[in-house]
Ligand binder design. Structure first.
Ligand SMILES: NC(=O)c1ccc[n+]([C@@H]2O[C@H](COP(=O)([O-])OP(=O)(O)OC[C@H]3O[C@@H](n4cnc5c(N)ncnc54)[C@H](OP(=O)(O)O)[C@@H]3O)[C@@H](O)[C@H]2O)c1
Length: 258
């Protein structure tokens, strides 16, 4: 039992791991014993975050703007040089755009689809040699794609490209899971509800959460770091080795109780 959730000896890459949900995930993986590489668009933010997280374990900064597939190819090349093996990929970096439907701009589509859907796919394709090399039937390599409740049910957020991109992430997860099972690579989507990050800052006034939002969440609170870290540690550890193609809401019941 004691090592059921251990990630000792594993190496992970978490995109967008310097802040927000990605940082909660990276810190959880470090606490469970993994070595973790993180990305951020800004080199100074990436290096500062990695340095702060190094008290928890080995954390490597790899700055990257993942707006293009070429950037994802370049990131994987730098990961390969810095880390070598890869047991865990967490595609967490994400972008949103909110706007009234009457004026929702065309430019709100390509960037969101690129960061949320296309580069996560390119990350998977480019890391397949490393993921495949570390995978065994008893201990598969793990890919986790961060989706969203907005891609699973109508949330009325006026984030049209974002919701569509996250629904695409959920389907891409199942598609990849089917194709990669034979290589002993699991692929799952973790589907957050509402967590207090920059992305949801407009729904809060500092720590005061809109009561309407809380009323919408059956468990009546926002997500906490342990909520998101716990599910990722589970999926990446021996405990989660038999789970693939799943779409797992971590949302206080928004999807399941709706
Ligand atoms: N917060 C929530 O309630 C919630 C709910 C459902 C799903 N999610 C998902 O969770 C993930 C993390 O979001 P968050 O809530 O932590 O929001 P956030 O604080 O705004 O973080 C977004 C993350 O994505 C990275 N990112 C954005 N654009 C990028 C680009 N072009 N290239 C590389 N990295 C980029 C950011 O990195 P830097 O800014 O450091 O460059 C940051 O780490 C996203 O996929 C989001 O859709 C969040």
């Amino acid at each position: 039992m004691s090592d059921l959730f251990s990630l000792a000896g594993k190496q992970a890459l978490v995109t967008g791991g310097a802040q927000g949900l990605g940082r909660m995930i990276a810190e959880g993986l470090l606490r469970a014993g993994a070595t973790v590489a993180i990305t951020s668009r800004k080199a100074d933010i990436c290096e500062a975050a990695a340095s702060e997280m190094s008290v928890l374990g080995r954390c490597i900064p790899l700055p990257a703007d993942l707006s293009t597939p070429e950037a994802a190819v370049d990131l994987v090349a730098r990961y390969r040089n810095a880390m070598g093996a890869c047991h865990i990929l967490v595609n967490n970096a994400g972008k949103t755009w909110g706007g009234d439907i009457d004026n929702f701009p065309d430019k709100a589509w390509p960037g969101v689809m690129a960061v949320n859907v296309q580069t996560p796919f390119t990350m998977v394709r480019e890391l397949l040699p490393e993921l495949g090399a570390s995978a065994t039937a008893d201990d598969p390599a793990r890919i986790i794609n961060i989706g969203s409740v907005a891609g699973m049910k109508t949330e009325r957020l006026n984030a049209y490209s974002y919701a569509a991109s996250k629904a695409a992430v959920h389907m891409m997860t199942r598609d990849l899971a089917g194709d990669l099972a034979a290589r002993n690579i699991t692929v799952n989507a973790v589907i957050p509800g509402f967590f207090p990050t920059k992305m949801t800052a407009h729904m809060r006034d500092d720590d005061n959460v809109d009561p309407g939002l809380l009323a919408h969440i059956p468990l009546r609170r926002l997500g906490k770091p342990d909520d998101i870290a716990g599910i990722v540690i589970f999926l990446c550890s021996r405990a989660g080795g038999y789970v693939t193609g799943a779409q797992i809401p971590v949302d206080g019941g928004v999807v399941g109780c709706g």
